[in-house]
Write a protein that binds this ligand. Structure first.
Ligand code: FPP
Length: 251
């Protein structure tokens, strides 16, 4: 499926967030070890990054490793970290060529120092990219992020920088890892489960949610374009009543 005429005329979603689920099941279905599913999943990451950049998406957030994923068998955690390093080494040059800026959210201090160094290096090297932001959620949990923001705000209230009455959505947004990014317009979860699994709990407040049965390694640009097409037909009211025919997307 190519970008349709309707899509051409319409504004692309600013921010797409994806829970990339189903790598393990894909591997089992094909008679491989789970790690192979993650490897093929990393190829889907490449395709989706290119597709989103081409469509004009401003931010693509990928849930690469959750705070709960640390509880997986040590071998699988090590394989995922190795894959991440390979990805950063392999892709940084291509991200620069595509003018994509890399950013990461999550408790990155928990990462092994070699992975963290690679990640910081890739973020630094791509920092002048003025096109899409590729935002990797690594060692990320939505509740952790909210706790960290609350603790930071408490410290600032204690120091006299703000009063309690000044704590509002704007201030909380500014203390989240995603500070400065627009909220996701679309959240896609592949792999057939209907959960958000501690992903962007604050930021998904008004996102349109899409759950696909496709396992992440099989997720295609065609399916992404179909989701975007559907999104563009949805009426987003943000809690308000909109007069028929007068709806314009609130950004
Ligand atoms: C969930 O599938 C997927 C993950 C926990 C890791 C996602 C990682 C990648 C797609 C590859 C590496 C990422 C980058 C950015 C290079 P699952 O293992 O829970 O699958 P299952 O539900 O079928 O077991």
């Amino acid at each position: 499926m190519e970008i349709s005429e309707t899509q051409n005329k319409m504004v692309p979603p600013r921010h797409i967030a994806i829970i990339m689920d189903g790598n393990g099941r894909w591997a089992e279905q094909h008679g491989y070890l789970r790690v192979k599913g993650h490897e093929v999943g990393a190829e889907t990451v490449d395709r989706m990054v290119s597709a989103c950049a081409e469509i004009g998406v401003e931010v693509l957030t990928l849930y690469a490793f959750s705070s709960e994923n640390w509880q997986r068998p040590a071998l699988e955690v090590a394989a995922l970290m190795r894959l991440l390093r390979h990805y950063l080494r392999r892709e940084t040059k291509r991200l620069i060529e595509k003018n994509i800026r890399l950013r990461a959210i999550g408790r990155l201090e928990r990462l092994d120092s070699a992975v963290r160094k690679e990640l910081e290096e890739a973020c630094r090297k791509t920092s002048s990219g003025s096109g899409m932001i590729l935002n990797l959620a690594i060692s990320y949990g939505g509740r952790d992020e909210i706790c960290d923001a609350a603790a930071a705000i408490c410290r600032e209230v204690q120091s006299g920088k703000y009063t309690c009455d000044e704590v509002d959505e704007k201030l909380i947004n500014a203390h989240l890892d995603t500070s400065g990014l627009p909220d996701p317009d679309i959240m896609i979860r592949t792999g057939g489960e209907f959960r958000i699994s501690n992903f962007l709990l604050w930021q998904l407040a008004y996102a349109e949610l899409y759950f696909s049965d496709t396992l992440w390694p099989d997720f295609s640009k065609d399916e992404l374009l179909r989701i975007i097409d559907d999104f563009q037909q949805r009426e987003r009211r943000f809690g308000r009543v909109i007069e028929r025919g007068k709806y314009e997307r609130d950004r």
